[in-house]
Design a protein around this ligand. Structure first.
Ligand code: ATP
Ligand code: MG
Length: 166
């Protein structure tokens, strides 16, 4: 919790420092492999290209993917799917789970700091409600967009879109 707080505080007035070309495909592949090993959960990676280069801070981008995978692991028990796609201008990352989902009326709030959907969940998973706020911050710093689509008891899909390196 303290670490996350520090990281958020650090983001408040900092621009990404270490900007370079980052391959979303290799970054995601490495993280998916790690998560599968650590949590012993199936995660399927789908991709329509072998590399998707965006400009950014690799560590911060890594943090975003970790935040999404961490949520998918915590709030579902079934398989998790990761989709990587690119078109002419955009790189798109989607992380989809088949878990508890988020009620419609709560969805607009999950990017707020310390917001958690209900207390029952808090007891189970013990998060601090900062993950998505941090992720949104980082995505904004990279001129990306973040969207969430979720149905209670069906599952959740988080979609992030970044401009490609030209
Ligand atoms: P932290 O990430 O700081 O450890 P957290 O997971 O509770 O804690 P966020 O990642 O910001 O915080 O998510 C906010 C809330 O949104 C969560 O508490 C949870 O209720 C809901 N949520 C986020 N991702 C999912 C998901 N994939 N499925 C269901 N609910 C989710
Ligand atoms: Mg979280």
């Amino acid at each position: 919790m303290t670490k996350t707080l520090l990281s958020l505080a650090e983001l408040e007035d900092s621009k990404p420092v270490d900007i370079k070309s980052v391959d979303l495909v290799s970054l995601s592949t490495a993280l998916v492999t790690q998560f599968m090993q650590v949590y012993d959960r199936p995660i399927i990676l789908h991709k329509n290209s072998n590399s998707i280069f965006i400009k950014g801070d690799e560590l911060k981008l890594k943090q975003v993917i970790i935040i999404f995978l961490d949520n998918a692991i915590k709030y579902s028990t079934d398989v998790i799917e990761v989709f990587l796609e690119s078109n002419q201008h955009m790189g798109i990352l989607r992380i989809k789970d088949y878990g508890i989902g988020i009620p419609q009326e709560e969805q607009s709030h999950v990017f707020e700091r310390f917001y958690r959907v209900d207390k029952a969940r808090k007891r189970d998973s013990g998060g601090s409600g900062l993950g998505l706020a941090i992720a949104k911050n980082i995505v904004n710093l990279h001129k990306g967009e973040i969207e969430i689509e979720s149905k209670e008891h069906i599952g959740t899909e988080i979609k992030v879109t970044f401009p490609l390196t030209n």
